[in-house]
Design a protein around this ligand. Structure first.
Ligand SMILES: C[S@@+](CC[C@H](N)C(=O)[O-])C[C@H]1O[C@@H](n2cnc3c(N)ncnc32)[C@H](O)[C@@H]1O
Length: 225
């Protein structure tokens, strides 16, 4: 079960000290601090969009990027995929590993900055990106690498906050426009995929203590030809 704690802190609440959210991401230390809390930051249930479309991921290994404390990676692993979870936060990856062990799921965890991670070529049957918010140059680099790293027929599953989320302060997502992903930009970034879903939606979110309430997101389900 996810937590419904009485907090409506924004995604990056407490993460703006000295950081301009221009091209400088909050580093692993900030995320380590967040994930050191006794409660899971984003709950233990999988992301709603992932749960909706996970059955569309073909058989084979799956990469979950910016995996946090592992709720999505564990969900996919329990569906029978060999899952690699990557995140820059060593606390997040340690939490993910112990949560996976506690529920008997097998998970490979990798502590790495996505800027340096080797995604490989035609390697993954699925890549899952939930709330992976990055400055635009890194976003382009990472998502271009994701397309190249999918096997033919492989699926990309993504949900990210859209620019409309700026009108919902404290509900989740980075508080600056360049870090948010519009469906229009997603269509361009993922032009190498056959896009079955690429849309902005308004939906209620209850994913842990930091992502709460009415929200505007971009959802993508695409397949490599
Ligand atoms: C909002 S949390 C979401 C966690 C997880 N996807 C979930 O839905 O529960 C964002 C995650 O992205 C990770 N992250 C952000 N930028 C990253 C980067 N450049 N490299 C690796 N991880 C990154 C953070 O460490 C954090 O775990």
């Amino acid at each position: 079960m996810g937590f419904a704690l009485p907090s409506c802190l924004g995604d990056n609440e407490g993460m703006s000290d000295g950081q301009d959210f221009g091209m400088r991401p909050p580093g692993a230390d900030k995320w380590n601090e967040r994930f050191s809390d006794a409660h899971t930051a984003y709950g233990t249930d999988p992301n709603d969009f992932l749960a909706e479309v996970a059955a569309r991921i073909p058989e084979g290994p799956v990469l979950v990027i910016a995996a946090g404390e592992g709720r999505n990676a564990i969900y996919v692993a329990r569906r029978g995929h060999a899952v690699t979870a990557v995140d820059q936060s060593e606390v997040a990856m340690a939490n993910a590993a112990s949560r996976a062990a506690a529920c008997g799921a097998s998970l490979t965890t990798v502590v790495a900055d996505l800027a340096d991670y080797d995604f490989g070529q035609q390697r993954w049957a699925g890549i899952v990106s939930i709330w992976t918010h990055m400055p635009p140059p890194l976003r382009r680099r990472v998502f271009t690498a994701c397309v190249a790293a999918l096997r033919p027929g492989g699926a990309l599953v993504l949900e990210a906050y859209a620019p409309g989320q700026l009108e919902r302060p404290g509900r989740g997502g980075p508080p600056v426009r360049p870090w948010l992903l519009a469906a229009e930009e997603a269509r361009e970034l993922f032009a190498g995929l056959e896009l079955e879903v690429c849309r902005e939606v308004e939906r209620d979110i209850a994913e842990g203590r930091y992502h709460v309430g009415p929200s505007t997101t971009t959802q993508v389900l695409g397949f490599r030809a």
